[in-house]
Ligand binder design. Sequence first.
Ligand code: ATP
Ligand code: MG
Length: 149
Amino acid sequence: MEITLAVIKPHVLRNTYAFQQVKQLIKQNFNVLQAKEVRITKELSEQFYAEHQGKFFYHRLTSFMNSGPCYALILQSEACIQKWRSLMGPTKVFRAVYSEPQCIRALYGLSDTRNACHGSDSEASALREIAILFPEFQVKSTAKTQVKQ
Ligand code: ATP
Ligand code: MG
């Protein structure tokens, strides 16, 4: 089975209803191997989003991620990476609202930056991102027990 990293962005945590809904959707679809509230400092955020350095939204994005606590989860399922990205929906919220009105970004996204959640885009990205936010996590010991939330 595959694993991926999901991050719920700060504005969703500030909305209790939205946060509960997203967590419930996650529990219905994945094994949650790890989950924690995490403060993604500007430095951590710049490391996390290194691939976007130089893009016009880079400063906006890394500042936003540091604007309040995030909630990070390691998810496991068959085809987990694609499954979580499908549940999130398109990156751009206006497109999400138009084309997939029931996806997480359509329901809880506010703008292209505040688009509710993050999901790794490949196995390599998942491993890199998990190492940043869950440095203690041992990827090889994947016969893990489900974390209760
Ligand atoms: P994520 O990596 O967050 O799962 P993604 O893979 O769909 O989303 P990326 O292209 O990797 O999208 O962009 C990373 C993040 O950068 C997006 O989630 C969004 O918050 C922000 N972002 C991307 N494009 C834009 C844009 N045009 N304007 C503002 N913010 C953007
Ligand atoms: Mg991405």
